[in-house]
Write a protein of this length. Structure first.
Length: 191
């Protein structure tokens, strides 16, 4: 339940497994348990993710109504068979496969709902990180700086020291540029 990539239908399947093993848990984690604030919305999203749109109740349909795809009037016919005139034209083949996959995904009248988090654990982790970051030593940190620090902490896979140095160089004044160039040269000597 702690995975960031967990979808609502996967979470519901796990909770249903818990209920199957421990029937008394239905009052705590069942589809209509008090912890579920919007059961019609949750049940609707789960049914859509399971490709059971035709089983939506009226209340569920109303709850997820804002998640409908915009209506497209003209739809281009996409062949089911990948045709390849030139065996060396891999890009065209990949485009045809992607278009066919996209066409299959348009079978649902709802947008892709995999982005909806089934639990609040991501937010709870963020608040915990804020508590650890904003200590008494950093009590005077401005909100923008805290936001930047947290953004960098949670997106470590997208940056490294060279990226940060590049940002510093582009926004630096001439005297700071000398320090950055000196540090870069010093780091190269150490490597």
């Amino acid at each position: 339940m702690q995975k960031d990539s967990l979808t609502m239908d996967e979470a519901r399947a796990l909770l249903d497994l818990v209920i199957a093993r421990f029937p008394d848990a239905v009052h705590k984690v069942g589809k209509s348990a008090p912890i579920v604030k919007y059961p019609d919305f949750e049940n609707g999203v789960v049914k859509i993710l399971q490709h059971k749109e035709n089983e939506l109740s009226v209340a569920e349909s109303d709850a997820v109504g804002k998640l409908l795809k915009p209506v497209v009037h003209e739809v281009e016919a996409i062949p089911n068979v990948v045709e390849m005139d030139d065996p060396d034209d891999i890009e065209a083949t990949l485009k045809n496969v992607k278009r066919r996959r996209d066409n299959m995904s348009t079978a649902s009248s709802y947008i892709n709902l995999e982005f909806i988090c089934p639990t609040s654990n991501i937010v709870e982790r963020l608040f915990s990180r804020c508590k650890l970051t904003l200590t008494s030593l950093r009590a005077s940190m401005k909100p923008d700086n805290l936001e930047s620090v947290l953004f960098l902490l949670y997106n470590k896979q997208w940056w490294d020291m060279k990226t940060v140095a590049g940002c510093n160089v582009s926004a630096a004044t001439p005297d700071v540029m000398e320090d950055v160039e000196f540090e870069a040269g010093f780091n190269e000597l150490q490597e």
